[in-house]
Design a protein around this ligand. Sequence first.
Ligand SMILES: [Zn+2]
Length: 430
Amino acid sequence: MTTKGDIFVPVDALAKIASSNEVHGKLVLRYVASDEIFVVHGVETSRGVRRQVDIAREYHALRAGNGSYEGRWIESPNGALHVVHAELRRRPGAMMTPADFKELSGVRLDAGMKTLIVVTHDAGVSADLRAGGVETYAGWHLTREGATPASIAIEPATHGLSQLEGRWPLSELSDMNIAVVGCGSIGSVAAEALAGYGVGSLQLIDPDRLQWHNLVRHSLDRGSVGRSKAIALAESLTQRWQRKSYFAHDLDVVRDAGVFRALTSDADLVLCTADGIAPRRVVSHVARRAKIPAIVACVLDGGAIGEVLRLRPTPRFGCLLCVRAHMEEQGAIDAEADQELAYGTGTSHLPMTAVPSDLKFVGVLAAKAAVATLLESRFGDAAQRLPSEHAVIGLRPAGDLSAPFDVNHAADVVWRSIPAPRPECVTCNP
Ligand SMILES: [Zn+2]
């Protein structure tokens, strides 16, 4: 039998060990040969009573093992044992004699011809020792020759976003609700990034189904072909982030503008990645009326540049139409007409010219702009202040466009302000 193999201990195994009145007992482990790991699947909680460890279904790899390997758990060994463990780990190949292991663990074990996998727990390891690399849980491979330290992975009581508690404004963001219009290549990545920033509620809006030609640049995989992009994305995010507040809306913001308007009344921000002039105009108009900011993101000029535009409902900044009218006066390319061609992100008829990872770059930047906008405006977080309102991102720039699209370098992000509302604009001056 192998003596390689990290030991993975699910939190339920720890709970079962903690519930025992004994100070040591048997473990049942499975070996996952493809990954060379041992996983604790059973715990003896009292003499002769073995209890199955609960491992959630989504942990495919941890549940994949087979075979039944015997191990032991030992609670509260001599305080020196884990110090020795840390020392042995620094000396590859080093080993503790069986007699020493027996003395320090307090348990007499005979591995026989096999290797016993032993997990020891010493809750008394001081903070100073922990800082020096001594762990409260230690793994061992024990044979008749001696005990060698094994790597051990302990499932913490809480993991996921809560690990960021105290270092990132999680509670503020968990109260935020963002409507994501367009769940395509940029939108699906932006939604994933918003979830990763800890935004509590997402309204995922898209009328389309995932098709084969979308796969190359979409965050969803083959299993979602044929499904509503919004529904499949909501399910994927729910699975990934273990939150039940990602909602799918299989609707078109132009055709179903009334429903969309109702959705935005509860939203704190709208992030729009939809292609086409009409949906982007609807988002700009409806968000302004709802007095919430909108972030509009796209790629232009066949994927040569990206754009993230922040539209804030204040007298200082105009709506999408005001911004575009100003740009037209400046002689810039018509970004909205470019959207209508949809050749940046591709359709089944037109080739996709934007590179998948360039679209992701734009999607994550759009999500960052959305979260930073909320943190700065709602919570006064000065560290989240954006440079300005309009970002142009160099993806594969030819350097042949006029301002504000005149970026010349890949990965360059140039921020500029946007003009005030035009006096005649009906969106900005209701
Ligand atoms: Zn306007």
